[in-house]
Design a protein around this ligand. Structure first.
Ligand SMILES: Cc1cc2nc3c(=O)[nH]c(=O)nc-3n(C[C@H](O)[C@H](O)[C@H](O)COP(=O)(O)OP(=O)(O)OC[C@H]3O[C@@H](n4cnc5c(N)ncnc54)[C@H](O)[C@@H]3O)c2cc1C
Length: 284
């Protein structure tokens, strides 16, 4: 459990980070909380001869709540999300989801930027951000660009971010309606067997919009447009929920691993999605 030797850098501004990435190319990697990267280095699953620590870069740790959207800096930790009462007031699903990630020790270190940039299908925030229709701001030598969360994930650990780009913030349109983040895991601190993020807007007795994303049931998070369509225009009765579950099951592609065989994962995914829809609807 000892990583290979590496050079350690701690620049204080983004220009310093980008010039180190340029200089060392594929041999360099940024580190935020280190709670995914360091274990990978210790297990020798990641070889990082030049490690660039982001912790001293100024301007990446703010949470800004505007009239129409929320901006979360890349170095904001999962604990910061839980601890921010104003944020929980306007976007309670963020706290509900963050509380289900790992354990307090990990949440003190793990960052929002690291969680969404990592590309690990087991991470909870990518699906959450897809549900919330967030976008990710990345910066490289050619400047900044914004990438929608729903277009960011290409395969396990493969994203639309180039290796020489750094994710600086996440922007979330102000969430509306009822919400729920439901997660099934084997034990406290574990990654999801299945998780569902749901936001539902209701007008009278009718669902007028829905957003649904699933975690750890494919090699990327899955935003299920079909499951959303199955709810919109209905009273979210049993038939509509069953239709949403069927659409979601058509979109996911789980594989067998130590969390169970494919049939079990699909069963858990359905149960978790039903619970999340029912809870979001009751809060809408
Ligand atoms: C025991 C344990 C249990 C866990 N359980 C869960 C869980 O249930 N759910 C969950 O979601 N997570 C879980 N995690 C992961 C944890 O949330 C991580 O901290 C998080 O996924 C990554 O955040 P980090 O800041 O530690 O990133 P790092 O480990 O520092 O980085 C992870 C990857 O992202 C890249 N990266 C980091 N920041 C940036 C950036 N700003 N721009 C570009 N690239 C960047 C790094 O180069 C690296 O490749 C667990 C971790 C542990 C150790």
């Amino acid at each position: 459990m000892i990583p290979a030797a590496f050079e350690y850098y701690r620049p204080t501004d983004m220009a310093g980070v980008l010039s180190l990435l340029e200089e060392h190319g594929d041999d360099a990697r940024v580190m935020a909380g280190g709670h995914s990267l360091i274990p990978m280095m210790k297990l020798r699953m990641a070889d990082v001869p030049h490690l660039i620590d982001l912790q001293s870069v100024v301007g990446l740790s703010d949470i800004e709540i505007g009239a129409d959207d929320i901006r979360i800096g890349a170095l904001v930790t999962q604990h910061d999300i839980i601890d921010n009462a104003a944020l929980a007031e306007v976007a309670p699903i963020l706290r509900e989801a963050a509380l289900q990630i790992a354990d307090p020790q990990v949440r003190y270190m793990g960052t929002v930027g690291g969680n969404v940039a990592n590309g690990d299908p087991g991470n909870d925030m990518p699906g959450l951000m897809q549900c919330l229709n967030a976008s990710f701001l990345v910066v490289g030598q050619d400047g900044e660009r914004e990438i929608p969360a729903r277009e960011f994930y290409e395969a396990a650990y493969m994203t639309a971010r180039e290796d020489n780009e750094v994710l600086t913030s996440v922007t979330i349109p102000m969430p509306k309606g009822g919400y729920a983040y439901e997660k099934q895991k084997r034990k406290i601190g574990d990654y999801a067997t299945a998780a569902a993020a749901v936001q539902i807007v209701k007008d009278g007795d009718i669902c007028v919009s829905a957003a649904i994303a699933m975690t750890n049931l494919s090699d990327t998070p899955i935003y299920s447009a079909g499951a959303c369509d199955a709810l919109v225009g209905t009273t979210v009765d049993d038939a509509a929920i069953k239709a949403a579950m069927a659409a979601m099951l058509g979109d996911i592609d789980p594989t067998e691993d130590n969390r169970g065989p494919v049939a079990f994962k699909k069963h858990v995914a359905g149960v978790i999605l039903r619970r999340a829809i029912e809870r979001a609807w009751s809060r809408a």
